[in-house]
Design a protein around this ligand. Structure first.
Ligand code: DLL
Length: 429
């Protein structure tokens, strides 16, 4: 562990720490007198000492809309000249979300990403091949700073230029790979195409997009590694909010800095542990952009049980999907990751696929484009499996190898909408 005193702290001790920190956060939000402070006042909160941990569930939520309304600096809780850096995400709906960090926030972020890397088995001296994009996106710079804080050697590759990535992986003999799961697959394929191996690689930290257990198997088939999941979002800090340990059984949430809840996305009421709900985070120690009960839109369940790794941090399940990424096909609701599970679980197709929602007529169709693993036509079997598992009627298109776009840079786009004109992928009728 990077920080055993925090990661293996007794739950009671941690609760006391969270309560103390929450108190400080409420006071800072009230003093900053922004939208979050005003909502606290409206809710009758006059000071941090009014708020117990158990009261958190009654405090007002914060949403992405608040960040958009305050864009770019309207939600700062510190003077602008204390902002050391900004990051953000291009956003799934095209609107940028910008977040700010003080120097202390950057130090916290580095420590959180160092914890993540250590969770995956990295240690001082490890060589971390970092193929997350550098720039406004938090993946590249977040893991970079985490690697430096851990005492590892960071190779700042960013995304794309896959030939050069293969060269560096083999020349430098990295033991840890960090990138999106879709790019990990692409790198595995590229190593095979180049006829080279990366024997030093032992683990990967893959995140920034949903990925199923079946995709984990596919990655571990093409790369000689254990594939671990890392979760985070710019608004909360970036990567390093939660990470899987080598047990590969849920992601430990760094609860001493990110208090997590799971709520019903419709009512906002808490759901039971073990039940999927929308993740909500409170950031009691962040300075520039502290958030109270931020609604992430990400669906996962929480597990407060013990983990053999010794960390006492609550675990979240893999993210099932985003509230706003759910596809509704003639009354049946599915997340793309559920379709991924069925496709890859069949053992008949390559781990590259694309879902196309054909909206050209009022009766919406779901088209599933994939590539067969071997000769033979798995179409009927996949249509049947999707119907059996998800109650979903989909049309499956088995395309020639290499037709489904591979992801080289940025996040995988699993679903595209076909509104008019020609098909978004060749071969879809
Ligand atoms: O994606 C931060 C990150 C970078 C996480 C690198 C992990 C690794 P954003 O660009 O703000 O930040 O996007 C955040 O991505 O709300 C989720 O919907 C999704 N997401 C992030 N990690 C995972 C994951 C980064 N492990 C949004 N599984 C989040 C599923 C994830 N979805």
């Amino acid at each position: 562990m990077f920080d055993p005193s925090a990661e293996a702290m007794s739950p009671d001790e941690r609760a006391a720490l969270q309560r103390h920190r929450l108190w400080g956060l409420v006071d800072r939000l009230l003093a900053a007198d922004g939208v979050q402070g005003r909502r606290l006042k409206e809710a009758g909160v006059a000071g941090g000492s009014d708020v117990m941990l158990a009261d958190l569930r009654n405090l007002p939520f914060t949403t992405k809309r608040d960040l958009w309304d305050g864009y770019p600096f309207g939600m700062l809780a510190v003077p602008r000249d204390q902002v050391a850096a900004v990051h953000g995400s291009s956003g799934t709906r095209g609107r940028p979300t910008l977040v700010a960090y003080t120097k202390a926030d950057l130090d916290l972020w580095a420590a959180m990403c160092a914890r993540s890397l250590a969770c995956a088995g990295a240690s001082p001296g490890s060589i971390v091949h970092n193929a997350y994009g550098y720039g406004l996106f938090t993946g590249g710079i977040g893991l970079h700073q985490g690697g430096v804080a851990l005492g590892a050697t960071v190779v700042p590759m960013s995304g794309g230029m896959t030939d050069r990535q293969v060269r560096m992986l083999t020349d430098l003999q990295a033991d840890i790979l960090t990138c999106t799961p879709a790019y990990a697959l692409r790198l595995g394929e590229a190593l095979a195409e180049a006829g080279v191996e990366a024997p030093a690689l032992k683990a990967g930290l893959f995140g920034a997009e949903p990925w199923s257990e079946e995709l984990r198997t596919a990655i571990e088939d093409v790369l000689p590694i254990k594939a671990m999941d890392i979760y985070g979002l710019s608004e909360v800090i970036g990567p390093g909010v939660a990470t899987e340990c080598l047990e590969q059984n849920g992601l430990h949430v760094n609860e001493d800095h990110f208090i997590v809840e799971a709520v019903d996305p419709g009512t906002g009421e808490p759901v039971e542990d073990g039940t999927p709900g929308e993740l909500v985070f409170t950031t009691p120690t962040k300075q520039a952009l502290p958030l109270l009960r931020y609604r992430t839109g990400d669906i996962a369940s929480l597990d407060r049980g013990e983990c053999p790794c010794g960390r006492t941090l609550t675990r979240m399940s893999k993210v099932l999907g985003r509230v706003d990424d759910m596809i509704v096909i003639r009354g049946v609701n599915v997340y793309p990751s559920e379709v991924e599970r069925v496709l890859l679980g069949s053992g008949k197709v390559r781990p590259h696929y694309q879902l196309v929602v054909d909206r050209r007529t009022p009766s919406v169709r779901l088209l599933v484009a994939c590539e067969a693993l071997s000769d033979g036509d798995p179409r009927d079997e996949l249509v049947h499996a999707l119907h059996e598992a998800l109650g979903l009627t989909a049309e499956v298109f088995v395309l020639p190898a290499g037709t489904v776009p591979r992801v080289e840079v940025g996040k995988a786009v699993r679903v595209v909408s076909w509104e008019d004109g020609g098909p978004p992928l060749p071969g879809l009728a």
